[in-house]
Design a protein around this ligand. Structure first.
Ligand SMILES: [Zn+2]
Ligand SMILES: [Zn+2]
Ligand SMILES: [Zn+2]
Length: 122
């Protein structure tokens, strides 16, 4: 189950790797490529487990419902509240994310220090 959107009503098939994800964050966490944007989305209703296609160019209010079971799947996302203490694997993951952010900050400095040469060339 998706940990980003707790009340996800549908899974979405990514057009790039053709796998099912509950949300774009899930795709980002398990894949190392960017989610390809598409106007033709393929959904799988979590209630009746049926798949259906929607053209996002012509998305209307009536398209917010599963065509098979009328499940209202376009709803306000219920996101987990950010917490400082997380259990299990998540601690590691979160720690890594924090570290990544710090590294990013440091990287910016090294770019200025080491690539002064490149800046001169440019
Ligand atoms: Zn993908
Ligand atoms: Zn997710
Ligand atoms: Zn349904």
């Amino acid at each position: 189950m998706c940990k980003h959107i707790l009340n996800a009503q549908v899974s979405i098939r990514s057009p790039c790797c053709r796998q099912w994800f509950d949300c774009a964050h899930c795709h980002a966490e398990s894949q190392d490529h960017e989610l390809k944007p598409t106007m033709e989305m393929v959904f799988a209703c979590k209630k009746c487990k049926k798949c259906f296609r929607k053209d996002m160019n012509e998305f209307e209010e009536s398209d917010e419902f599963c065509p098979f079971c009328d499940n209202h799947f376009v709803i306000e996302a219920k996101e987990p509240k950010p917490r400082l203490e997380v259990e299990g694997d998540d601690v590691r993951k979160d720690a890594r994310m924090i570290k990544d952010d710090r590294l990013k900050g440091r990287e910016e400095f090294t770019i200025w220090d080491d690539e002064g040469e490149a800046a001169r060339l440019g």
